[in-house]
Design a protein around this ligand. Sequence first.
Ligand code: GDP
Length: 425
Amino acid sequence: NQFRTNDIRTDNSPLQIFVKAKKKINDIFIEINDYVEDTTQFIGLLRENNKIIEPKEIQNVESYNAKVQGIRDVLKRDHMKVAFFGRTSNGKSTVINAMLRNKILPSGIGHTTNCFLQVEGSENGEAYLITEVSDVKQPVQSVGQLGHALCKEKLCESNLVRIFWPKDKCLLLRDDVVFVDSPGVDVTPNLDEWIDKHCLDADVFVLVANAESTLMIAEKNFFHKVSTRLSKPNIFILMNRWDASAAEPEFYDEQVDVQKEVRAQHQDRSVDFLVKELKVCNPKDAEERVFFISAKETLQARIQEQKDQPIHNVALADGFQKRYFEFQDFERKFEECISKSAVKTKFEKHSQKGKLIVTEIRQTLDEILDRTQKMKFEQEKKKKEVYNKINFIENQLVALTQEMKEKIHRIVEDVEQKVSKALNE
Ligand code: GDP
């Protein structure tokens, strides 16, 4: 009765790895943008002088502007995406609601999710949805309204409805996590289309299984297909409805033993599925990917606590606390996994591209500098040659004048001698 969820989330959340990395890479791209703009301006000034700069270089540098802008746009939109799969009614919508701490997605009988639903943070604090059929914003204030809006739409199972929920209502949305709920994998879906449309950019997959039964072929098949398209997808398995295994007071001891046995069986099979069948992780990591939870209880407890009402007001089965802690443990490991994976998959390519752009611009500038230095050297060489020539001519002139002077002198002397001789005679 005294149980508190201790759900205080702080900025120490592992999701901050992604949030900080996103801020950093965006800042770096602002600097790259400035650099590209400066270079374009500088090169523009040299444009007139086609000896220094080639038209192709101008084109190249100008094309970087568009490239950098394109990357900046993508970076602003980049988020962490988690997609939930499993059979109908295993509790996918309830798990998402429990993580969002709010009844956002409709769940339960009569509310089978018959298309893909994506929940993401809305920037302007409004709650609304848009469909693939029309991008008119339809306001959503309650789950009932959302359920109603979805019933109205004629959507096929691979269609996507995007639900925008105010970021300030949920820290996961604030930190750029996007949730995708899918129709049950038992709905004879076109799996290839599902994977192409909704899975290729997912950072984490969560298989919501029913702890009351074993993993179904349909569930396994889906993940086999996913793992042929993506190299080592991050998969978590949630054994949901674990509250159903709770022991009743009358049969406590026997039921606890059965529960342990069932749990061990589910655990072994799930680990085998991840390690031996899908080959997506090693046995040690796989142990950390399987959780026995009750999404329904977690959601109820969180909603009660938000209303400041005691948790024991809702009927909770024996072992609730343990299941609750396991849910929190799942969330922590999920957050670590998704943020690290998203940083790598979303930012690695961009940072390499950024480096390439900067290196290429630098190379172009180096080549231009090299060319101008060579031109300067050539000019100086020519100047020196002309100078040397002038010097040579000057020297020759001096020598010539000297020679002429002496010659004239000699002629004058000769004439004088001849004249005085003639006079004497
Ligand atoms: P989805 O079709 O996989 O999205 O399943 P829903 O989230 O709509 O859940 C189907 C029904 O199962 C709803 O009535 C939920 O309240 C119920 N449910 C979901 N999780 C649990 C759980 O952990 N324990 C129990 N007992 N019921 C659950």
